[in-house]
Design a protein around this ligand. Structure first.
Ligand code: FES
Length: 139
């Protein structure tokens, strides 16, 4: 369980590692392999996945790891190239879009940005969900 830590802006959360430390973008990228999905503390204290693309860049969105069925944390299964919930078997593709139920909705998105200290921040995603072209259900 993570405690939410506010940056002063309710729409912005400094990402923190399991020990509560802020995460420098440069360090994060340098020390992870392409294709990495790693859990950090994000908005509302929810665990969020930061993603390093195959080209070694940090993706500009994170995924809330809380399953939209009944709230289990969904692990990344690299061999399947999917997030697969072990509680009741829901599948989400590599962008977090639900592809098999019982989960009714895709994993929630947050913007990934960097603050003035070079630390990763997650910001509320208010725009359309690019995976479904619909308004975000998590707003
Ligand atoms: Fe994930 Fe039920 S909590 S499938």
């Amino acid at each position: 369980f993570f405690f939410p830590v506010s940056s002063g802006n309710p729409d912005e959360t400094v990402a923190r590692d399991i020990e509560g430390n802020e995460i420098k973008k440069e360090d994060f990228i340098k020390t992870r392999k392409p294709g990495t999905r790693e859990l950090v503390q994000g908005p509302k204290g929810d665990p969020h996945y930061l993603i390093i693309s195959e080209d070694g860049e940090l993706r500009p969105y994170s995924l809330d790891a809380v399953c939209t069925h009944l709230g289990c944390v969904v692990p990344w299964e690299a061999g399947e190239n999917q997030f697969i919930c072990h509680c009741h078997g829901s599948h989400y593709d590599s962008t977090g879009k639900v592809v098999r139920g019982p989960a009714p909705l895709s994993l929630a998105l947050a913007h990934v940005d960097v603050n003035e200290n070079g630390n990763i921040v997650l910001k509320t995603w208010k725009e359309k969900d690019f995976r479904t072209d619909s308004d975000p259900w998590w707003k």
